[in-house]
Design a protein around this ligand. Sequence first.
Ligand SMILES: NC(=O)c1ccc[n+]([C@@H]2O[C@H](COP(=O)([O-])OP(=O)(O)OC[C@H]3O[C@@H](n4cnc5c(N)ncnc54)[C@H](OP(=O)(O)O)[C@@H]3O)[C@@H](O)[C@H]2O)c1
Length: 281
Amino acid sequence: MNDQPSLSIHHSVIAFLGGGAMAGALIHGLIRAGVSPERLRVSDPVEKQRHLLHERHGVPVFADNAEAVQGADVVILSVKPGVVIGVLDAIAPLLQERVLVLSIAAGITLTTLTAHLPANQPLARVMPNTPALVAAGISALLPSPATPPPYRLLARQIMEAVGLVEELDNEALMDGVTALSGSGPAYVYLIAEALSDGGVASGLPRALADRLAIRTLLGSAKLLEESGLHPGVLKNQVTSPGGTTIAGLEALEKGAVRGALIAAVQAACQRSRELGAPKKS
Ligand SMILES: NC(=O)c1ccc[n+]([C@@H]2O[C@H](COP(=O)([O-])OP(=O)(O)OC[C@H]3O[C@@H](n4cnc5c(N)ncnc54)[C@H](OP(=O)(O)O)[C@@H]3O)[C@@H](O)[C@H]2O)c1
């Protein structure tokens, strides 16, 4: 009987309950970071999904959450928010007290999660994003107040394997995080697609337009991060009087792109709050 938890990702068995898009991204990212596939496992009711995950990552797969939880040091709740509580209620009696539970579900609060777990179960909410797949994710981490420091560090270690981590001390921020960085990759892909369409509309071949759009987003983000300059300063540096860029920017402002992006994040934030709100009976 091992009373001392293994508090390193390389010595922990990590079980994902729900093997969809986000679990796949995290599994891929963890393996890429050197975690052995044998130390990961995933449960999913869909045979095709299990087959895919096993073929792609070499991880053990289970149809039954209870089987996946057996012997796990960390359980990651990676099902859709509407399913989390049912899954939690079914596995809670099986959890040893040293098992760290991580929930990546949008909107489901620590209070709700805690109410469905044994007292003092190490627990944290995490909001990752899919660039975790290529170790370029950003996650917000919020441990429950009762979670001891070694478990907080383990949660951090897991998420740092797939990108940067921002630790929160206020759960009210989690809906905004979900709306910005959790959902954000979808907004960026939409922008990439639209930029490429603009290139095609201007006569470029599609493949060239795609490559230019991707690299422009990637390079601009890198410059923004590495220079530490305000986006407005970098924008002004590209914009000469009466030139091409100001003509493009004017069209963006006429299309209210700035307002649309602000509204997108706010709408996603509102949806995250709704997902976490208690259901009216
Ligand atoms: N995708 C993102 O970018 C992202 C970012 C941050 C956080 N998240 C969070 O991550 C969680 C998963 O999102 P996702 O996009 O990965 O969803 P997803 O692709 O739908 O994956 C969820 C998986 O769980 C399976 N499942 C359903 N009921 C289950 C059960 N009782 N036990 C085990 N597995 C079950 C689903 O099967 P069926 O298809 O048959 O239902 C599906 O394969 C969500 O809570 C979401 O809020 C997602």
